[in-house]
Unconditional design. Structure first.
Length: 586
């Protein structure tokens, strides 16, 4: 059974949500019985915006919301997305009722508090073998009255077992949903280089041959490295040492940076990711300065680069991102090159990037996908005539033997790709299982039988209004009407909607300042109520018209003392409804 809430979305006023986002909002809605949901949408498809919309529904319903993530970047991004929701749909902000904190802070928290919704973002940063995982899980298990939204674009990074860690965060068997939306089809992603990754025809490597001082240092590092991740060798693959020397040919200091600089084009924004700061980010910065670039500041008028790494303050990062993403910077007028460390690889959106460089490979594709996802997002290239982004996956090599390139970078890319193949296989299995569950739901699409009273059929729609009223076997109450409890079933599309009934269904209410007669949809008998600001009679469910004191009522209405005259008088005053619930079938 599909759960989608067109009228419900309209009811809350969301104007910028697409189908996959609406599914999240509907499935984990406070009135639905499901406790948890795992979102595995691809990077850049609006997971955070959807979670902010869902948070606002809970806030509107009077609940508090807890947002948890691994980094301050993610927390700040959620705040930005929530404010976008407020601005887009002209809502009143309820941000004061959202508690935002890191996993670490939640891990150390002594008193949890009460929340209607808990959003667990970037959940792949929690690992079952980490100490804080168990504590965080135990605390989530205690929050039995909270619904749990778990978010990750890369639920598995190094191992297929990592998905099980995420699944175990939910105390019930939860549903995983995958995105059906894809990126802008007008956006062309172009990998530059050679197809040498084993069993991978999509991603190409941007190769560069080390020589001179760099090659000498690389070979020394390769022999002396005694850790399993080859820290020194990987750094040597980027540059000769920490200090760029303008007196030495750049291609002898860093084959990667030498080739990177060759790709720079005026008017095209360039994004560079590098895991290492001293021999990576700082070295690139010095090489750029050597060819005329300056480090960005608000007063600079030359070609500029900017850096966001672990030392960059939150205020500085905000200023850099705002400047880089501004319309005025479309052609790199203020910042042409943005260089970032791993702190920039999650929960940041960058616009109009034309060239993207991954300078240092990782042992997995999860980090790569997160980094690339900063620049490839919904609407990221809107406004550009040429929506092409060139991606450079850098790999330096020392030798070419027997038709193969030799280098630790290439080894890492192949290892990462092997993991990716296994992870994709597990994802395909989960997607297939997800489709089976979806199919089972559609087969079990239980629709109430129309009775012409509280369950109404209109074309392919059946509307169940039974939860909109307090009622017993014989009559319904006018005291409280809960319109947003209406449930609509589209029998053709097997679609379920929770929210206000459509405009063609009209629920007649007793009018104020006097008597009203209506025919009950439950027992088809006429009832009467009196509603006044000071005196209320028969207001809850009304009284059978045959049981009222006709003489007393007729005096108040200045008519003859009979039921028929009372009815005629109220009809003339438009205070008579022959149907409690009306619907137009035309």
């Amino acid at each position: 059974m599909k759960l989608f809430t067109n009228s419900y979305i309209d009811h809350y006023g969301f104007v910028n949500t697409f189908k996959d986002q609406n599914y999240i909002i509907s499935y984990l809605h406070p009135k639905n019985p499901y406790r948890s949901l795992i979102i595995c949408y691809e990077v850049g498809l609006g997971k955070t915006y959807a979670s902010a919309c869902l948070a606002h529904i809970y806030l509107t319903e009077g609940y508090k919301v807890l947002y948890l993530s691994n980094s301050l970047n993610s927390i700040n991004n959620f705040k930005v997305e929530y404010n976008k929701v407020i601005l887009d749909s002209r809502f009143k902000s309820l941000e004061k009722n959202i508690n935002l904190m890191t996993f670490t802070k939640f891990y150390r928290l002594k008193e949890i508090g009460n929340y209607g919704l808990v959003i667990l973002d970037e959940a792949h940063n929690l690992r079952e073998n980490a100490i804080r995982y168990k504590i965080v899980k135990d605390k989530l298990d205690l929050m039995i009255n909270s619904k749990l939204l778990i978010i990750s674009a890369t639920p598995m990074i190094d191992s297929v077992d990592e998905l099980d860690s995420i699944l175990n965060l939910a105390s019930e068997k939860t549903k995983i949903i995958f995105s059906s939306n894809k990126m802008d089809t007008n956006l062309k992603i172009n990998y530059i280089g050679e197809s040498i990754i084993e069993n991978n025809d999509t991603e190409k490597l941007f190769l560069s041959k080390m020589k001179g001082l760099q090659l000498e240092d690389y070979r020394k590092a390769l022999k002396s490295d005694n850790d399993t991740v080859y820290t020194n060798t990987r750094q040597a693959s980027i540059s000769y040492n920490n200090n760029f020397n303008p007196k030495i040919s750049l291609d002898e200091q860093s084959s990667k940076v030498d080739k990177l600089i060759e790709t720079l084009e005026d008017g095209k924004l360039t994004l560079i990711f590098c895991f290492y700061v001293a021999r990576g980010i700082n070295f690139v910065a010095k090489a750029l300065e050597n060819i005329g670039y300056s480090k960005w500041n608000a007063l600079s008028t030359t070609k500029n680069y900017a850096i966001i790494d672990g030392k960059t303050t939150a205020k500085e990062s905000e200023e850099i991102l705002n400047t880089f993403n501004s319309i005025a910077n479309t052609n790199g007028k203020h910042i042409q090159v943005l260089i970032g460390s791993s702190v920039l690889s999650e929960s940041v959106t960058l616009y109009r990037v034309r060239k993207l460089h991954i300078l240092s490979p990782f042992w997995n594709y999860g980090q790569i996908e997160q980094s690339i996802g900063r620049a490839i997002r919904i609407g990221s290239h809107d406004g550009l005539i040429d929506k092409t982004i060139d991606i450079y996956l850098h790999a330096s090599y020392s030798d070419f033997k027997d038709g193969k390139y030799i280098g630790k970078d290439i080894d890492m890319w192949n290892i990462a790709n092997e993991k990716k193949i296994k992870i994709n296989k597990r994802l395909d299995q989960e997607k297939e299982a997800n489709d089976l569950i979806k199919s089972e739901w559609e087969d079990k699409f239980d629709v109430p039988i129309p009775d012409g009273k509280l369950i109404i059929k209109y074309n392919e729609w059946i509307w169940d209004l039974s939860k909109c009223f307090d009622h017993n076997k014989f009559k319904i109450s006018w005291c409280k009407i809960y319109l947003d409890n209406a449930i609509g079933y589209n029998t053709k599309e097997k679609l379920k909607i929770i929210g206000n009934p459509p405009s063609y269904i009209k629920i007649n209410k007793p009018l104020e300042d006097g008597y009203t007669i209506w025919r009950s949809c439950i027992d088809n008998k006429l009832r009467i109520s009196y509603i006044d600001k000071s005196v209320n009679k028969f207001t809850k469910r009304g009284r059978l018209l045959t049981n009222v004191n006709a003489e007393k009522v007729s005096k108040e209405l200045f008519c003859k003392s009979s039921i028929s005259d009372i009815i005629d008088t109220l009809k003339k005053n438009n205070r008579y409804f022959d149907k409690q619930i009306e619907y137009d079938l035309q």
